[in-house]
Each structure stands twice: as C-alpha cells, then as structure tokens.
Ligand binder design. Structure first.
Ligand code: GDP
Length: 695
C-alpha cells in the first residue's frame, strides 16, 4: 500500500498548485498543541532531524506544509523549499535557519499568516506523509507580543482542523488532559473523536501508572487512539554540537531512549495493548492518512471534474482554444522583434549613416564659420572695435588670396575641423541613432508591456554599442589622419561643396528667421523688439553711453527685455551675414576653387564631405555590420536560452491579458494531469486489492 500514499501525496501537491478551492484538495494531518507541549519534538522525532525554529519567544507564525518523501537511497537526506526554488538542502541547520527567516518575515502586527511554507523532506528514515505544522496555542500573551496573538493563532488552527483533515493533538503527560488546549480544540470540531489522534508527550515526566492511564483515556475517547512518546533528544546525544546544528540523525537516539523507558515499565508491555513510541506513531500516521485520503478520493475527483469542465469551457469561449505557454509567448515575441529589427537593418545602411554624419559635420562647419568669420565681436553692450570687424575685411579681401591672414584663417579652420575628434563624434552619432531606433522598435513591439524585457534589450544594445565604439572611434580617427595635414580638392568636389553649403546656409537662414519670429512673439510684437534693438544699436555705436553695467535695465527697458533685444540683434546680424555669404557662395568668384580663401564655406564643406565619406564607409563596415550580427545573438542569450523557467514565467505574466490566458491554460492542463494521475491511482489500488486477495 506504500505506493498509494505516495501517489496521493503527489496528487495533493499537484492540487495545491491548481489553486485555492477548498474542495480541490486531499486531506492532510494537521498538528496542533500548546506551546511547550513537545509538538516540535514530536515532528523532529518523526523526521529524524532537528529542523524547526527554536529559541526564546520564537512563535511559529506561518503553517508549515511538511511533505515527507520516503527515499530508498540511504545516503540521501535533504529538504526542499519548492516555492523558494531551494533544492537539495542537505544541511538541516540551514533548513532551520530558512524557516526562522520565513517566520520573522511576517510583520509583527499581522501576528500570524495563513500562507503556508512548503517544505519537502526526502529521507530513507521518513514514511510518505503529509503533515501541517501550525503555530502552538499560547496561554498567556508575552509582554513583547501583540495582544491579539492568542486569538489569531486559535483562528488559524480552526481553519486547518476542519474535515476531512486528520488532527494530531499533542498534549504533555505532565499537564492534566482536561486542560489540554489541543484536545479542547479538536473536540469542538470532532466531538465524536473520529479523526483525531492523541499524542501524549513527555511520558517520562509522570509515573508509568499515570502515563498508562492517560493513554487509555475514556473521558475524551478517540477512535484512532492515543500514542505515548518520549521525544526529547537525550542530552548525551544532542550534547554534541553536531545535533544542535541540526545535522545528525536523531532517530536512533530517540528510539534507544524510548525503548529504554517503555521497556523498563511493565505497564507498557505488548500485552497492555497501549500504543507507545515514535515508530508506532509513524505507523499509525501512515495508516490513518492513507485511509483518510482514499476515502476522500471520490469526492475530490468529482470536484476536479467540475473544475475541469469550467476551465475547458472558458478556454473555448474566451480563448478560442488557442494554446499558449510562457515559452511560446516569449519565443513568438522574440521572433517578431527580431523580424522588425531585420526590417530596420535593411533600411539603415551606409547612405543613412552618411546623411546623419554630414548633417552633424554641417553643424560643426557652421559653428566654425560663425566663430572664426561671422560673429561680430560684441557679446555685451560695449561699443564695437571697428578695425576687427571681419565681415568688412572679408568683403574687401585681396582677390588673389595673397592676404596671409585669410590663408592662416582658413588653414586653422580646416585643421580645427579635422582635429575636432571626428572618430569619436561620428561613432557616437551613429551609435546613438542605432540606440534610438532600437528603443523605438521596443516601444512598438510586444515587449513594450514588459519592463523586464525592455531593460534586457536596452542593455543588450548599449553593451554591444559600447564595446564596439571604443575601438572603432580610435581606428576611424586613424583613417582620417591624412586630412589633418593636407587637403587636395578636385573640381567636382569643390562644385559639390558649393552646392551643398548653399543649401546648408539657406536652411540656417530659415532657422534664424524662425527664431527671430519666435522672439518677437515672446516679447510682444515687432515694434517692441525694434525699439529695444534700436537702443542696443545706439549703445554699440557709441551714441548712448550706459551708466553702470545695465544689469538693472537701461533706456527704459528691463534687463530681461534687454537680454531678448541682444538675442534679436544677434539673430538679425546672423541673418544679414548669412544672406551676404549666400550671395558670395553663389558668386562667380566662389565657382573657382582657386579662390578658396574667400569662400571658406565651400572649402570647409568639401572637407566635411571628405571626412564623411571616410567615416560612413568605415562605420558601415565596422559598426553597422558588426552590430547587426551581434545584436540578435545577444537577444537570444539574454531573452532566449539565458532565462530560467521562473524568469520566463515572470516575463509572460507581466502582461495581464497573457497572464489570464496562461492561467486558464495552466489550470486546464493541471486538472487534466491530476485526473490522469487519479485514474492511474485507481488502477494501482485495484491491482493492490487483487494481489492482497490472492495472498
Ligand atoms: P513545542 O513548543 O510544543 O514545540 O515544544 P518543544 O518540542 O520545543 O518542547 C518543549 C520542551 O519540552 C523542550 O525543552 C523539550 O526538550 C521538552 N520535551 C519535549 N519532549 C519531551 C519528552 O518527551 N520528555 C521530556 N522530558 N521533555 C520533553
């Protein structure tokens, strides 16, 4: 019959994973007793190890669902906390510590929690059993304990001692049975004593005659009877530190102790028909559990069939029988994402990189031109120094380009452009663009609803881009090195530069005009802006002399308005310069590269173009193709193979719609599995009956 209990316990475990329905369970043995009745000692004697939390004021705060699994392998003794993913804990001291931590994690104001801790213990010394250890009843609430603790514990126990569970009521021999809280509680729910096993502990503390009379108690007669035990670990056995750490097996020590005690008192001789000793208790528990479980198989199986019918209906109606698992959902999502990534990689190639880079370098060229050629030297309200006005000088420049100043100016501008760190700049511009694209792809994918996956993808791309960028930036810098020393331009390169820079200048002109318009709107009209600009012009030309520094306002204008005015003057001057330079670029003079010193815009644009060509070729080969190769593989590593089952489940369940769908599928599958198991159990039962009849 051993196999039957094992199977039923397995089914009980399966049912626990299905859900909270009360009818969907098989009975277990519920252990109750008041504090210090010896409840922990009994459980530890059954398991053969010290593993329960002990210590001053250590109240068990959560039920422990203890599943004992008999293993024939004599050397394998270990515990498992399936809900925590803790497997094969061979150190029972560690199990004790984990249980203590789980207990302490219940907030003190909650007193106790009815969320059970699941613990499985595999050992050759335990029978197949399913036990639930509940917090011990307390008589008096300690000073540092919440006042409701006593009732909360009683309520929790009441919930568990309902039928069809078997009650293991622990009472100490040295306390009057009439005062036993455990027996009182069990009598309330099992008045005829049909599903209660009485355990009398500490038999060694009363004289044998009294002990024997307790075991044949008539006042509260139990059909399943009383068992007397002496479960204290003898001090000479547990005295060695090994036991207190919970690692040694105490089965033999207890058996020896019990044999010595019960053997020396004729009151407990086999003739007495009294049940004594832990081994007898174990046998009784196995027998009673198996009988009780077998008796409730039929009703449980009917309940499962009802639940299954409901789940199947929901699956059909709500989900059109579409199968789904966390793995398949993840795999499909990942495939779809990789597909969209391939789509992106097809459209983002060398010419897109080129456009990005050229735009970036155009801006750099504009900045250089502004710094070195266009900006009039006024940053404040001080009057100008006419001889350094570069515009007038540029306009009057020597047509043959012999003016040394202009030569130096252009050479230094070109050097500034080639030496501004194009390697790093271009690499980071492209890497940032790729990252932004990936972020957009994620936002438009199923992963958008999954913070965990979003982060994994974002980390995958940033880490690859970071790794690649480091070397690529340096190598690209080396590629453009020749341009730092000499730049030769072909006629067609010059012509292209001239055409391109005209477009850039036009765009910039539009930007300036739009900014000026915005400024007008902010200040409150064109007239107001004109007035303040006129004032600033008068200051600049020296017609008005400012008193102080103008910080507190001047000429009837507030300092904020003056600041806006300065911006407006800047924009107007920039617009004038741009218009003028556009004319210059378009002029015949700038059609010829010989006149490059008068046409710095064209020359610098052509240089930027050369840099771009080198960079786009290099980045296409090094950054894009390597990223396109590595990224899908990194995705697989982070979201495919690399994930544990738990992580995959967590991922899929982040999306509430998917979670509901998964729950229905899972419930249906589990119920089907349980039913199948039940069917095989019935066959096993029938076989065992046949063979026992033959014997
Ligand atoms: P719990 O609070 O009900 O879990 O009780 P424990 O198992 O922690 O036991 C309370 C105390 O009684 C401990 O000091 C045990 O050593 C002691 N004890 C438990 N069983 C026996 C026993 O059979 N005989 C004797 N003499 N002491 C016992």
């Amino acid at each position: 019959m051993m196999m039957l209990t094992r199977k039923m316990i397995e089914i009980r475990g399966l049912l626990q994973t299905v859900g909270q329905s009360e009818s969907l369970t098989l009975p277990s043995i519920v252990v109750i007793g008041s504090q210090s009745s010896g409840k922990s000692s009994v459980l530890e004697a059954i398991v053969g190890h010290e593993f329960l939390p002990k210590g001053h004021n250590m109240v068990t705060r959560r039920p422990i669902e203890l599943t004992l699994v008999h293993t024939p392998d004599a050397s394998a003794e270990y515990g498992e906390f399936p809900a925590l993913g803790l497997n094969k804990v061979t150190d029972f001291g560690q199990i004790q510590k984990t249980l203590t931590d789980l207990n302490l994690a219940v907030p003190a104001e909650d007193c106790v929690s009815d969320d059970p801790i699941q613990l499985r213990i595999h050992s050759p010394n335990v029978p197949d059993l399913s036990l639930i250890d509940l917090p011990g009843y307390i008589q008096v609430v300690g000073r540092d304990q919440p006042p409701q603790l006593k009732e909360k514990i009683a309520e929790l126990c009441e919930k568990y001692i309902k039928p069809p569970n078997v009650i293991l009521a622990i009472s100490a021999a040295d306390v009057d049975l009439a005062n036993s809280t455990a027996l009182r509680a069990s009598r309330k729910v099992d008045p005829r004593g049909e599903r209660t096993i009485g355990v009398i502990t500490k038999m060694d503390l009363v004289d044998a005659e009294r002990g024997a009379s307790l075991l044949s108690d008539r006042k509260y007669a139990l059909r399943l009877g009383y068992v007397g035990v002496v479960c204290r670990v003898p001090s000479n056995a547990s005295g060695s530190k090994l036991f207190s750490r919970g690692n040694g097996n105490i089965t033999n020590a207890i058996a020896k102790n019990e044999n010595a005690y019960f053997g020396s008192h004729p009151e407990f001789s086999p003739d007495s028909q009294l049940a004594v000793g832990t081994p007898n208790l174990k046998k009784k528990l196995m027998y009673v559990l198996e009988q009780t479980m077998a008796a409730s198989l039929k009703t449980t199986s009917e309940a499962i069939q009802r639940e299954l019918a409901e789940a199947t209906y929901e699956y059909k109606v709500q989900y059109n029988e579409r199968p789904l698992s966390a793995e398949s959902y993840l795999a499909e999502s990942l495939d779809a994402f990789k597909h969209s990534f391939r789509g992106f990689s097809d459209t983002f190639g060398r010419s897109e990189v080129r456009e990005l880079l050229k735009h970036e370098l155009d801006q750099q060229v504009l900045n250089l031109l502004a710094q070195r050629y266009w900006n009039r030297p006024f940053e404040d309200l001080s009057p100008p120094l006419p001889e350094t006005d570069p515009l007038s000088s540029l306009a009057k420049a020597d047509p043959e380009g012999e003016n040394e100043i202009w030569q130096i100016k252009l050479d230094s501008s070109s050097a500034a452009l080639t030496k501004l760190g194009v390697g790093r700049l271009a690499t980071s511009v492209v890497a940032n663009a790729i990252q932004a694209h990936i972020d957009r792809l994620v936002a438009n994918s199923r992963f958008a609803a999954h913070p965990f996956a979003r982060q994994a993808i974002s980390e995958a791309s940033t880490s690859i881009l970071k790794d690649l960028s480091y070397d690529i930036a340096d190598e690209l810098e080396i590629c453009i090195k020749p341009y730092k020393y000499r730049i030769e331009l072909e006629d067609n390169e010059w012509a292209r530069g001239r055409e391109n820079v005209a477009a850039v200048l036009k765009d910039e002109l539009k930007v300036c005009e739009a900014a000026a318009k915005r400024l007008e709107d902010q200040v409150g009209g064109r007239k107001k802006v004109r007035d303040v600009m006129a004032f600033i012009d008068r200051v600049r030309s020296g017609q008005v002399v400012l008193e102080g520094d103008g910080v507190g306002g001047a000429g009837g204008f507030s300092s904020a308005l003056l600041a806006k005015g300065r911006e407006a003057v800047f924009l107007r001057d920039r617009t004038d310069v741009l218009k003028m330079r556009l004319l210059a670029v378009k002029s015949k003079q700038c059609a010829n590269k010989k006149n490059k010193y008068h046409c710095p815009e064209v020359f610098l644009d052509a240089v930027a173009d050369k840099l771009t060509t080198t960079a786009d070729l290099f980045l296409d080969a090094e950054l894009l193709s390597k990223f396109y190769y590595n990224f899908p593989r990194e995705l697989d590593a982070r979201l495919g193979r690399g994930l544990s089952q738990n992580e995959i489940d967590r991922f899929a369940r982040e999306d509430p719609k998917i979670r509901r769908h998964l729950d229905v599928v899972r419930r249906k599958d589990l119920l089907e599995t349980v039913l199948k198991e039940m069917e095989s159990l019935r066959q096993l039962e029938a076989r065992e009956k046949r063979s026992s009849r033959r014997e």
